[in-house]
Design a protein around this ligand. Structure first.
Ligand code: GTP
Length: 624
């Protein structure tokens, strides 16, 4: 792969604006893939359940699902070789995950580039994610090439959207390339602009080896494969290297480029992007943003490194307590392939032995759970997601990610100085007619510092198709539950949403516990804002009374904060006689009914004196 010119770039876009389609066209135009293969990949991606359920595709899932798909679909990070007038160019397209859970990884992927294509759908216009990723790219000093996609659509409004890009990003309309990634129109111009407008990477073969790790995936046979951008020096097979941040040492067993499959090469030179295999066993060892150097010759690391941080925690328990060893084994095997999950043991009096897992966000959590169920055939109970709260005592600060460990009212009043919760800076873009609904949504989710403006420059607010961008600070705990679903339904699907971490803010939070027959059920404990204790307390006891089957005795169901009972329902006593309605002659049916009842029993979880079926947990956990 000798060449004269290297360009490293990413495509940044809101979901569905055509990133994968444009990537495929570029790969095709440079002869890196054939048309046939694209169809195959798309079909495979379309089969993924999480994708269908959450309405998201390719790039973001590739970060997580690549391990399952290895051998079928690769991430879109790919090197293309393109010759113009006898000069060979290596164009490295670096994939960025397309979901807010992975915004940290987006920023790392962009650190490996010198330029980015800012792709905007000419019918949809600028959306929340276009803006957030644009800011990351701009902060990194990348050369941005604005591209308007889908100009073939009858609903496309290229002039209007170009003006929008000018007012939002300060783009000169003359720089905007208008394309249809679907038909291929204008894509050659994009290719030329990558060569003409993006500066080459810099670096020297003479300087000590320094490589930037920006992505990784897991290969069942070779372990972790890391994607790296070489900054200085030469990286080759047999090199002994070390991670700057973990200090672990490895021997390089293979280097190569993604073309688009792994294609071995003898060495990687400064400015090149490629993969390395070394004896790295677990995905968690590959820290995104890490700097690799020659073992024994450390270099100054790439700036801005921070380890992946779990933002959402949940307990995972087997339905049958005896199944814990099997569940733990599956979790460990899956964690090998997922660099961002954290795992700790947890035990609950209600649910027995389990694991407390930390995820980057709720999509990450859903993908992990689904993989446990589908690939490892696990039958599990997952508790309500919790964010990490900060409890400030007089002499120390403690992060609490499990509601059972949250201080109770007595402790709070005597020892705790302050409780803080993580907040995010959210931006929502909606057509003007939904603005009121979006304001309500933000207020009902404890939004603060609300501000808004029209997205289209010079809009007076009279045009019905004007769109508004609304920014506010939201507690992370408010968006890990139903916020996204409500946003979509209350805007008829028109709102786009993005957020970034915005630190911690003091908050009046309390621990709510639920008592069945006067006994607290630890797995049901919640941390909530005091202003919501009545609403949530009532809602949950109503749900509990609906899903818990009647017992042989009357069961009070209560929600409590400290000593105060917030809400109460009573589950009436009932003597189960499932065969009562059947006539004596129907022995077979009777037997079947008894079998079913036995099966039902098997799936029951005993909460003190009360039996609660697995479904009750599912139902409660899925609709909080
Ligand atoms: P994520 O992978 O979720 O980030 O989506 P994406 O941005 O990669 O979008 P993708 O390439 O999957 O395209 C989304 C949809 O738009 C698909 O149905 C494409 O066929 C369609 N599409 C992409 N480009 C064009 C285009 O130029 N014209 C038209 N009409 N449709 C397009």
């Amino acid at each position: 792969f000798a060449c004269d010119v290297i360009r490293n770039f990413s495509i940044i876009a809101h979901i569905d604006h055509g990133k994968s389609t444009l990537a495929d066209r570029l790969l095709e135009l440079t002869g890196t893939i054939k048309k046939k293969e694209i169809g195959k990949n798309e079909q495979v991606l379309d089969k993924l359940k999480v994708e269908r359920e959450r309405g998201i595709t390719g790039a973001c899932l590739s970060a997580l699902l690549l391990p399952i798909l290895t051998g079928i679909v690769k991430a879109q990070t790919a090197s293309m070789v393109h010759s113009v007038n006898g000069r060979r160019h290596i164009l490295n397209l670096i994939d960025t995950p397309g979901h807010v859970d992975f915004s940290w990884e987006v920023s790392r992927s962009l650190a490996a580039c010198q330029g980015a294509l800012l792709l905007v759908d000419a019918s949809q216009g600028v959306q929340a994610q276009s803006i957030s990723v644009f800011h990351i790219a701009q902060e990194r000093g990348l050369k941005i090439i604005p591209v308007l996609n889908k100009i073939d659509l009858p609903a496309a409004q290229p002039e209007r959207i170009a003006a929008q890009m000018q007012s939002t990003f300060g783009t000169d309309p003359a720089d905007i390339i208008r394309i249809s990634a679907k038909t291929g129109q204008g894509v050659d111009e994009v290719l030329q602009a990558i060569i003409d407008r993006i500066p080459p990477p810099t670096g020297s073969t003479e300087d000590p080896l320094k490589a930037f790790l920006f992505d990784s995936f897991y290969d069942r046979y070779r372990g972790v494969i890391s994607l790296v951008a070489v900054q200085n020096g030469v990286l080759k097979k047999g090199d002994r290297i070390a991670s700057y941040h973990t200090r672990k040492k490895y021997e390089v067993t293979e280097v190569g480029i993604m073309h688009p499959e792994e294609t071995p090469a003898t060495s990687l030179y400064p400015g090149q992007v490629g993969y390395i295999a070394c004896n790295m066993k677990e995905s968690s060892e590959a820290h995104i943003g890490d700097t690799l150097h020659r073992s024994g010759s450390p270099v100054d690391p790439m700036p801005g490194f921070k380890p992946a941080k779990a933002m959402v925690y949940a307990g995972i328990f087997p339905v049958e307590s005896n199944d814990f060893p099997k569940l733990e084994e599956s979790i460990k095997r899956l964690a090998l392939t997922d660099r961002s999950v954290t795992v700790q043991r947890e035990s609950s009096t209600a649910l027995g032995q389990g694991c407390r897992l930390g995820f980057l966000g709720t999509l990450h959590m859903d993908v992990f759970r689904q993989r446990l169920e589908d690939e490892h055939d696990q039958n599990l109970i997952i508790t309500a997601p919790t964010v990490p709260y900060k409890v400030v005592y007089k002499d120390r600060e403690v992060f609490v990610s499990n509601p059972t460990e949250f201080p109770d009212a007595l402790e709070v009043s005597s020892k705790v100085k302050e409780i803080q919760e993580p907040v995010v800076r959210a931006s929502i873009i909606v057509p003007e007619e939904y603005f009121g609904d979006m304001m309500d949504l933000c207020f009902s989710h404890r939004g603060q510092d609300l501000e808004h403006r029209y997205l289209d420059a010079g809009t007076t607010g009279t045009s019905s198709s004007s769109r508004i961008i609304l920014n506010c600070i939201l507690p992370l705990s408010e968006i890990v539950t139903d916020f996204f679903d409500q946003l979509k339904s209350r805007s008829s699907g028109f709102a786009s949403f993005d957020y970034e971490e915005a630190g911690y803010r003091p908050s009046d939070l309390v621990k709510m516990v639920f008592l069945l027959n006067s006994k607290p059920v630890d797995a049901l404990a919640l941390v909530i804002h005091r202003s919501k204790e009545d609403e949530i307390g009532r809602l949950w006891v109503k749900k509990l009374v609906k899903v818990i089957p009647r017992q042989q005795f009357e069961v009070p169901i209560q929600a409590a904060v400290g000593k105060k009972i917030i809400a109460r329902e009573t589950l009436k006593a009932y003597r189960a006689d499932v065969t009562g309605g059947l006539y004596g002659g129907h022995v077979e049916r009777k037997m079947k009914q008894l079998e079913l009842q036995k099966e039902g029993k098997r799936r029951m979880k005993r909460m003190g004196t009360v039996e609660m079926p697995q479904e009750a947990f599912f139902e409660i956990m899925s609709t909080n």
